[in-house]
Design a protein around this ligand. Structure first.
Ligand code: GLN
Length: 307
């Protein structure tokens, strides 16, 4: 029998179809070519059941939604203390690509903005492979399928990476980058080009909702404490300079990406993911936010609401 949850998700997609505000990201040429009308939503319980609606098979690049998972892998590889020494946890209140480093130490403020994500990528241990390949393997274990790169997106962003290269060289100059700048940016850009569906993202989010254990395979992919760290940083920094508004309105740890996706995690309950490519002025999906607003209200996801 068809689950009523699927009917509900169909309704969320249909009821937000009129939202056409926002613009496509155009600083990465390949993203500017996206079909702006696409939309999809998925939800995965901590029991591992995925429900999805809309363009559920459409693949898009993970972009900044890769950041919490790269942070998770860096914590697994190095231990939390070392990672916290290298990358801060304070919200920057600035745009994702801001040249935002602590003026005294030169350290990036948090791992959810580009500066911190580049430093975090450099902390992923190669272990006989490229860090980005280990990262793809990590995502694949969460999504229960082989996650590959969209080479066209990676090439397109690599050709327009001056700003991220600038960040990497600044980090390197202050001794805050663990590997060579150009190589690190290439790895980071490829990390952002991992190609996913909303169902993949919902499974990954549910692994975080489940305290770091993939709900279907039972594999522990992140320590409990590491998971708590990742979710805390998502809650305070995941939506960039709109993080306060997000936390008050939607009320769950979340991370957006410029491809138009947003993932959200309600600890102990559910992982959710939405996708729609048009972005608001903060670089967060406009229709995606409307879908998340709706899910939060209807399913009572807000963390700060009693009972
Ligand atoms: N790859 C993108 C960048 O570094 C990711 C940004 C984002 O999704 N907000 O600019």
């Amino acid at each position: 029998m068809r689950s009523p949850i699927l009917d509900y998700l169909d309704e969320v997609v249909a009821d937000t179809a009129h939202i056409d505000s926002g613009v496509l990201a155009d600083y990465i040429p390949e993203l500017a070519a996206a079909d702006p009308g696409r939309a999809a939503v998925a939800l995965c319980t901590v029991g591992g059941t995925v429900y999805a609606s809309g363009e559920t098979h459409h693949e898009f690049s993970i972009q900044s939604m890769s950041k919490p998972f790269a942070y998770a892998l860096a914590i697994e590889d190095n231990g939390l203390d070392h990672v916290v020494e290298c990358v801060g946890v304070e919200p920057s209140g600035e745009a994702f690509n801001e040249l935002s480093l602590d003026p005294d130490t030169g350290k990036p403020r948090n791992p959810m903005i580009n500066a911190g994500a580049i430093a975090t990528h450099a902390l992923i241990r190669p272990d006989g492979a490229l860090p980005v390949d280990r990262f793809l393997g990590y995502l694949s274990r969460m999504a229960e399928r082989d996650i590959a790169l969209d080479e066209a997106v990676a090439e397109s962003e690599l050709a327009t990476s001056s700003r991220n290269l600038g960040l990497a060289y600044l980090l390197h100059a202050s001794g805050n980058l663990a590997s060579e700048p150009r190589q690190t940016v290439e790895g980071y850009v490829r990390q952002c080009a991992a190609s996913v569906t909303v169902s993949d993202l919902a499974l990954m989010a549910s692994t975080l909702a489940n305290g770091g254990i993939q709900p279907n395979t039972g594999e522990r992919l992140l320590s409990r404490k590491g998971c708590r760290q990742v979710l805390s940083v998502m809650a305070s920094c995941g939506m960039y300079d709109a993080a306060g508004n997000w936390l008050t309105n939607v009320g769950i740890p979340a991370k957006s990406g410029v491809s138009g996706g947003i993932i959200g995690v309600l600890p102990g309950q559910v992982g959710v993911a939405v996708f729609s490519p048009r972005l608001d002025e903060h670089g967060n999906s406009a229709r995606g936010i409307a879908m998340m607003d709706r899910l939060s209200a209807d399913l009572e996801l807000h963390l700060m609401e009693a009972g």
